[in-house]
Design a protein around this ligand. Sequence first.
Ligand code: MN
Length: 155
Amino acid sequence: MAAEPELPTFISQDEPFRWEGITELAYNQNPGSPFSQVTRRILYDREHGLGVQVRYFEVAPGGWSTLEHHGHPHEVIPIRGRGGVLVQDAIHHVAPHDLIYVPSWAWHQLRAEGDEPFGFICIVTVERDRPVLPTPEEIEAIKASDPEVAEFIRY
Ligand code: MN
C-alpha cells in the first residue's frame, strides 16, 4: 500500500486567517442544516497520529452556525473577532484565545458579534458521529431554559 504523503511541517499564511494551499469550503456537509454566512477550512485533515481534525471556521458579521448536538465533543479556540457561543444552557461572549469546550451531546451554536468576522479553530476527532438537529419540541425546551438563550438561538 502506498504511503500517504507527509504532512508539511510548516504552512504559512497568505494573508491574515488564510493559509497557503488551504481552500475555503462550504460550512456544512449536512444538507438541510440551517446556518448563515459560515465558511470552513480544514487545516489538518487526515489521520496523522493525533486522531483529530483541526478546522478553521469563520462567521461573517450577523452570521451563525447550526444549532446542533452530537456525541463527539468540540474544543474551540477563537482567533478572530468576537462571538457569542451557546453551550447547552449558557451563552459565553468570547474573544481571541478564550477556550470553549463543548461536551458530548451539549446543544451548541456560535454567532459573530460586532462588525468583524468571528473566526475560530475547532478540534474534533477524525472518527465522529454526525450532528443532530433539534426537533421543534427540543427547540421549545432550549428556549424555555433561559430568556437569554431564547433570544440568542437561530434555527
Ligand atoms: Mn458541532
